[in-house]
Design a protein around this ligand. Sequence first.
Ligand SMILES: *Cc1c(COP(=O)(O)O)cnc(C)c1O
Ligand code: SF4
Length: 358
Amino acid sequence: MVAEWQGQLKEFVNTIDRLEQYVNLTDEERKVLTTNTTTWGTTPYFASLMDRDDPNCPIRKQVIPSRHEQENVFGMDNYLVWKENRATDEVRPDSIARQYKDRVAFTVTQTCGIYCRHCFRKELVVDGDLTLDFNVDEGLDWIAAHPEVRDVLITGGDPLLLPDDQIAYLLDRLRAIPHLEMIRIGSRLPIVLPSRITENLQKILGQYHKVPIWINTQCNHPKELTEDTARAVFDLMRCGVNVGNQAVLLKGINDDVETFRALHQKLLTVRIRPYYVFYCEAAPGIDHFRTSVEKGAELIRDALRGHTTGLAQPMYVVATNIGKIPLMPNYTIEGKTDQEYTLKNHLGDTTTIPNIPE
Ligand SMILES: *Cc1c(COP(=O)(O)O)cnc(C)c1O
Ligand code: SF4
C-alpha cells in the first residue's frame, strides 16, 4: 500500500498543469514557469494552502518562481562554498559543513518537499549549479573520527524524505558514536508534508534514548500552520521529539509587525517553539526577498518583546561563514552613569537600576 505521504510525492506539484489545479496563474507567473530551468514545486497538501487568485499570497511566493530570480545585484557567487567553509584546509567529506568546534551540519539528501524560492542553499537544491557527493557512510565515519563533535544537525534537502529504513540506519549509526550527545534534524515536512510523521517514523524517532532528537522546521507565515501540522507536531512531541522553528525573514511575506507577531503566536498554539529568525542570506538570485539587516531586530522590538508571550521570542540571527551572529534590538539601555542604568521597555517607558561597581 502506498502511504499518504508517498502518494503526495507522486503527485508533486511541479508542472503548470498540476499547479493550475490550485491557482489561477497570472500571465507573468505562466511566462516565468514556461522558461524556468530551476527545480520548483511542492506537495499537493501545501499547494492547497495557496490563495487561488492572489499572486501575492505568502505561500504562493515561496513556491512559484519569480522573474526577479534572474536579477542578481547583491547575491554572492559561490555562496555555499563561502558559507559552509568548503574551501578550507580541513579535510572533510562534502556532506559535512563546519563552522563550530562542537557541532556540524551533515547533508544527507538534496530532495525537498518544497523548493523554496528563497532557499540559501539554492545553488545546490534549486539551481543545480553545485554538485556535491553526499555519501552518508563517509560522513558518519568522519563524525565518528572527531570526538570533539557532540551535536550533529542532519540537513539537506529534507532528511525526512529518506525512506524509513535509511533514517533508522542513520540514527542507529549516529547513536552508536560515543561522543554524540544530541541529534538535530532540519525538516520542512511538518509544514509541507505533515502526513510524513507516520506511526512507523514515530517509532524510529521516538525511542527513549540518551541521545535525544530535536527537529527544527521552517514556517514563515501563519497561513502555513494547519490542524494537520498541529497533529504532526503533537505526535512528534508525544514520542519525545521537541520541535522548534527557524523562520526566514522575507520581504513582503512576514516583514510587517502584524504578520510577524501572528506567526510567532500561532507557532506556540501548535506547540512549535520559535528558535531562530534568519536574515535572508546573500545567496544569488534572492535579492527581492531581502530586507535591511536591522529589520529583524526592529520586528522583535516592535512585534514581540514585551508585546507577547516570552516563549514566542526567537533569536534573530545573520548566518555567516563564521557562524550565526545574533542581532538584538538596541533600544534597551537608554543611559548609564557611575550610579545607575536607565533601561527602556517595549512601550518606551524607562526605569533605573543601580550600577554596581565590579
Ligand atoms: C546553523 C549551523 C549550526 C548550528 O547552529 P546552532 O546555533 O547551534 O543552532 C552548526 N553548523 C553549521 C554549519 C550551521 O550552519
Ligand atoms: S526545504 Fe530547506 S533546503 Fe529545501 S528548498 Fe526549502 S529552504 Fe531549501
